[in-house]
Design a protein around this ligand. Sequence first.
Ligand code: NDP
Ligand code: 2IT
Length: 448
Amino acid sequence: MSYLENVLTNLKNKNSNEPEFLQAAQEVLDSLKQVIEKHTEYEKAGLLERLTEPERLISFRVSWVDDNGNVQVNRGYRVQFNGCIGPYKGGLRFHPSVNQSIMKFLGFEQVFKNALTGLPIGGAKGGSDFDPKGKSDNEIMRFCQSFMNELYRHIGQDVDVPAGDIGVGAREIGYLFGQYRKIRNAYEAGVLTGKGLEYGGSLARKEATGYGLVYFMREMLKNDGMDLKDKVVTISGSGNVAIYACEKAQEYGAKVVAMSDSNGCIYDADGIKLDVVKQIKEVERGRIKDYADRVKGAVYYQSVNGSHPIWSIKADIALPCATQNELNLEEAKELVKNGIVAVGEGANMPTTLDAVHYLQANGVLLAPAKAANAGGVATSALEMSQNSMRLSWTFEEVDKKLDGIMTNIFKSCKNAAEEYGLGKNYVAGANIAAFDKISKAMIAQGII
Ligand code: NDP
Ligand code: 2IT
């Protein structure tokens, strides 16, 4: 058995109850076959075993009192996966599905994503199985304060810098930052990113993941002599990433016809009116169904058994921007049947492994999450830079840097894929380019 196969087998035995983590690890290890064959010294350094074991995994109790005076208990996590390139960095997710497997897959992906940005940030992820849906503002605040009462001892602007993810946006970051500041009695602005603009946040951070995804897509299409103008686009989700992907795609002249949430999807043949979506999602915290009630001619499809037909809608470009494994093999077949040209992953690991293989085998251009959605964390790193300098850049300055970073990430993926004769397999290209940097940093720092 080869070194790589051996590592994967042991990983499967050791983490058999963590399917999402194994999926993420398998995808990366499969891509590295040729690299590992070339660098036999990696086996001696135990590099892959170390790369797939988090440096630290913290799990903690979060107790809080709801509006009815009842005590609620949730589980909090922080997985500090790999800090060889910089302070641990990665978002916090509040969603009832959160468990150790999901935290580890996200932390593992983050290590590679952050390396691709070219900025000095290690990889981490955290969160809780807390469900923010239907909670009052005061309940959200009390939960965030209780969460920070434990998290604070594990983070710091040179140690570990959390940010948002599903269920964690500007409101939650505000409450988390307030509690951290109170505990520490110091203004350490760089301890969290995604902060409000009034207290150390960066312009363009809110837009960065979605905009970055479309910048990457622009580069990938350009490489094939295409652009976004007049392309029909479907976008799953209607949260932070989906909304700003839609905004930038529309700015480039694309026609976005569908968006979704976990209850269903909307189809608007005339093109999504993004101001209506923003009002429903960012202001009212409502459901995407409300769009069809407000916009004449729009149709709503309710989810059945947790899935809705967004990937059956005919489009040139699909942008999955909701959650992991939201695009499966059957749906990939629908996309191909309907003539899809490119898929850009805004969410983390939205496409199942078999669906990835099917799309690639059928000539669909696939922009992999750890490259295509890296604009969010890259701009978080720019927020950290501004906090360190105690200065802030204009929207245009940050956006220009973001565009440059995404353009470079595409180049890195393309060059790595070409170097190993992998054509337009940007999934492998992203994994190889990131691994090249991480492996060198790990080897240089010795066996730790
Ligand atoms: P938000 O909480 O703002 O929005 C999430 C959206 O996805 C909502 O529309 C939500 O619907 C839907 N969704 C979430 N979970 C599920 C689920 N289990 N099934 C179906 N739909 C679901 O999160 P973000 O936009 O920030 O994150 C979206 C994705 O992008 C995630 O995969 C995240 O990890 C990734 N990402 C985010 C970055 C960021 O900067 N925010 C950076 C890079 C990646 P509903 O409201 O019904 O739950
Ligand atoms: O998945 C991700 O890259 C994020 N949720 C953003 C992390 C960050 O630190 O900005």
